[in-house]
Design a protein. Structure first.
Length: 441
């Protein structure tokens, strides 16, 4: 087993609490190991391209339990380390890429609320990004002896060529005035406009004097403007993560589905033709979202031709140069390393404090294979939960013997009835410093 470094109690508790609750730990990623090196390397190249004023789009496709959500979170953390600004949101019935009743604007607003930077990875970073831009403009104005508003106009001049770009300068000057005069309401209005929270142009004009807002028809244009703005604010670019795109397949209206697919096609064409700078998008979905010829992306001929798999990538060969990345499930080797590192987390990284020996890991895997079968590799969330519970009992009852406890672990009913049950998953991936990680989603 790979040795582990000492784990701080705070990180240990955060990891164990997350694993027990079925969510992704926000700290201590390096302490749990397993690999998805090729896929991560492909996304890191994309991130570097974005930071070099390029663009990228990826469709991350995997079955329930293959680890899409964690993979997307991990890639987003790597983007933060590379000094990009990230935004993320899940699609839902009231949030989608194209709509006419506010659902697209709701997706944009949710993503902006989740904006993160390296110094503020938890989200809510829009105010910090705007403050950085305005502070730099004030400093430049003082050094050059110019009015601050003139400097803001000059710095934002590249945006005025884009749709809605002129209003960016109006809004940011309003933010500066609010900051200068202690007008918190004006600052809040500026941030609301940037987040796409104004529902009518009249309301925005009364608050800020602008004539445009982010609405259902210009969400993608707003993303391009935002990507340009964060670069002007001193960041490497904008990294957008949208998950749960399978919700598009669930739209009852074929017209609504096609409108969303047309928006995806527009984005795909823009990126592949090099018409976008400093913008990367990663879209997560199930094989149904991609392959269904009646409701999925393959039902739209133009997308099917662009997203078709490489015909030469057969027999175990892979091709990660195209837009689609197919995630596979865990291997038995991955599971063994995962269990080993969960054990190490319980011990705080100290091998002398490990609660069970190596033979217990192999016995636990055999037990799961006998009780659950192949599904414990494909959707191993319940397996890890059982292992965490086993170690928790041993930790609190030092007289307990793992051999006796092992027979008490029951098969979760959802795996008895439905091996493809969805929900929080375990996924494996490589961290930015090449550690191998695996987490419950």
């Amino acid at each position: 087993m790979q040795p582990s470094s000492t784990i701080r109690p705070r990180d240990r508790d955060a990891i164990l609490q997350a694993l027990s609750a079925g969510v992704v730990p926000r700290t201590g990623l390096r302490h749990i190991q397993v690999g998805r090196a090729a896929e991560i390397a492909a996304l890191v190249r994309d991130i570097d391209r974005i930071a070099d004023q390029g663009s990228s789009i990826r469709f991350v496709i995997g079955e329930y339990g293959a680890g899409k959500t964690f993979f997307l979170n991990l890639v987003r953390l790597i983007a933060l380390e590379r000094k990009l600004v990230t935004i993320h949101a899940d699609l839902a019935p009231d949030r989608r890429l194209h709509a006419s009743a506010g659902q697209a604007r709701a997706l944009y607003a949710e993503a902006l609320r989740n904006m993160a930077t390296r110094t503020k990875p938890e989200g809510g970073a829009l105010g910090s990004v705007v403050e950085r831009f305005v502070s730099d403009a004030v400093k430049e104005a003082q050094e050059a002896g110019l009015p601050v508003e003139r400097v803001i106009d000059r710095r934002l001049a590249p945006l005025q060529e884009e749709v809605g770009g002129y209003d960016y300068a109006v809004v940011l000057k309003a933010y500066w005035r609010g900051s200068e005069n202690g007008n918190e309401a004006l600052k809040a209005a500026a941030l609301r406009w940037l987040r796409g929270e104004f529902s009518t142009r009249i309301e925005a004009r009364q608050a800020l004097g602008v004539r445009t807002i982010v609405d259902d028809g210009n969400v993608y244009d707003a993303l391009k403007l935002l990507a340009a703005f964060v670069r002007l604010a001193g960041y490497g670019g904008l990294f957008v993560v949208f998950d749960e795109l399978v919700n598009l397949c669930k739209l009852q209206s074929a017209h609504a589905r096609n409108q969303n697919f047309e928006q995806i096609l527009r984005i795909l064409n823009d990126v592949l033709q090099g018409n976008v700078r400093g913008l990367g998008l990663v879209l997560g979905g199930t094989p149904e979202f991609l392959l269904d010829t009646r409701r999925g992306l393959y039902s739209y001929q133009a997308l099917q031709s662009r997203l078709a798999e490489n015909a030469f990538a057969k027999g175990g060969l892979i091709d990660l140069s195209g837009p689609v990345i197919r995630l596979q499930g865990l291997t038995p080797e991955d599971m063994l390393v995962l269990l080993s590192n969960v054990r190490s987390v319980f011990a705080g990284g100290n091998p002398e404090k490990q609660l069970v020996p190596d033979e217990a890991l192999a016995a636990f895997m055999e037990h799961c294979n006998d009780r659950i079968g192949e599904a414990y590799f494909r959707t191993p969330r319940n397996t890890v939960r059982a292992f965490v519970q086993l170690l928790a009992v041993i930790e609190q009852n030092r007289d307990a013997d793992w051999r006796g406890l092992l027979g008490q672990v029951e098969v979760p009913k959802d795996l008895q009835d439905d091996e493809t049950a969805s929900g929080p998953d375990i996924v494996t991936a490589a961290t930015p410093d090449d550690d191998l990680v695996s987490f419950r989603l």
